[in-house]
Design a protein around this ligand. Structure first.
Ligand code: AFP
Length: 323
């Protein structure tokens, strides 16, 4: 079985990119070990609360953010980082050639029920030498040189693309290494499974109402087949399921906050997942066009997301184009 470092070497990843990806892997192993200690580590609960010893507890997403920041700042290959937990970008090494955006703990509301969460990351190259600003991060997702996530589930998995397909690695806890367990991940074009937060149904736009209504109508409706539904409430776990066994995931625009185009963040949720899904043969769209073609306007920008099985994404988009 091949380790992450050996595979990056075989993939001809540049030395600096390999250093960066190994550094992310080490940071995520550290996060995984904190998560596994759960309540015993005294880290569950809200930031600002005190534990039984009277020490201030930090929320795990704050801890995960600090861990990633520390490792990336020390790596020497990262110019700057952007995180869901940081208002502005954080400068790292002047000599670094990479920009890293991440969601340190996606699905963090799952922590307190001991359910799946993950770290999502997106990597761009930069030539910005002198000053760096958030403007340097505002590149379309197509420019990503690597993207992936670490899923903290029954096993810890790293799912990665460097632009040449998607590979899955599983953490071998005995030796502390991510080992390659699946290559050439591929999403079937058709599916009978979808993921959406149904409780928001009344707030969706009319095309999404019609599309989901037709899926629910099953074999008696216009789609002529029954669909199953799943919702983990952590994008990282829902996307992992789609990479493993297919399906469609959507977090659509809704009318409650019309000025917000969606819930999910472009730079560290939609773009990295979009790259993984496309690299596995699926599609990743908003209701307007491919996610990876969006010119970002802000590092914390939100977008609607429709991704997964190619034919099912097309079917969903068809409702949005229909008069
Ligand atoms: P948190 O990380 O704040 O828990 O949000 C997770 C998330 O951004 C995404 O991972 C899920 O798909 C989505 O929110 C779940 O949202 P609902 O609360 O509507 O289920």
């Amino acid at each position: 079985m091949r380790s992450l470092s050996s595979q990056l070497h075989l993939d001809h990843s540049s030395t600096d990119l390999s250093i960066l990806l190994n550094c992310l892997a080490v940071a995520c192993k550290d996060i995984a070990s904190r998560l596994q200690q759960g309540a015993m580590a005294g880290v569950l609960g809200s930031a600002g609360e005190e534990n039984v010893q009277g020490e201030t507890q930090k929320k795990l997403d704050v801890i995960a953010n600090d861990i990633l920041k520390d490792y990336l700042q020390d790596s020497g290959v990262v110019r700057a980082l952007a995180s869901e937990e940081e208002e502005d970008i954080v400068e790292c090494s002047k000599l670094g050639n990479y920009l890293v955006s991440f969601d340190p703990l996606d699905g963090s509301s799952n922590i307190d029920i001991n359910s799946m969460v993950g770290t999502i990351f997106s990597i761009y190259e930069t030539t910005a030498g002198g000053d760096i600003s958030s403007q340097d991060f505002l590149q379309p997702g197509r420019n990503q040189v690597a993207a992936g996530y670490v899923l903290y589930g029954p096993s810890v998995m790293l799912v990665l693309t460097t632009g040449n397909g998607v590979k899955m690695y599983t953490l071998d806890q005995r030796i502390g290494e991510f080992m390659l367990t699946q290559e050439q991940v591929s999403i079937a074009a058709d599916t009978k499974e979808f993921a959406i937060n149904m409780s928001n149904q009344r707030h969706w736009a009319e095309p999404m109402q019609r599309y989901i209504g037709d899926l629910l109508a099953g074999q008696d409706g216009p789609r002529g087949k029954n669909f199953n539904m799943r919702w983990v409430a952590a994008m990282v776990a829902d996307v992992h399921r789609i990479l493993c066994r297919g399906g469609l995931f959507t977090y659509p625009w809704d009318q409650r906050e019309p000025e917000k185009p969606g819930k999910l963040r472009l730079m560290y949720e939609a773009n990295p997942m979009g790259m993984l899904i496309e690299q596995a043969g699926g599609k990743a769209y908003t209701d307007q066009g491919p996610i990876l073609d969006i010119q970002p306007s802000h590092i914390h920008q939100r977008v609607p997301v429709i991704l997964g099985a190619a034919n099912e994404v097309d079917a969903c988009l068809g409702y949005h184009l229909a008069p």
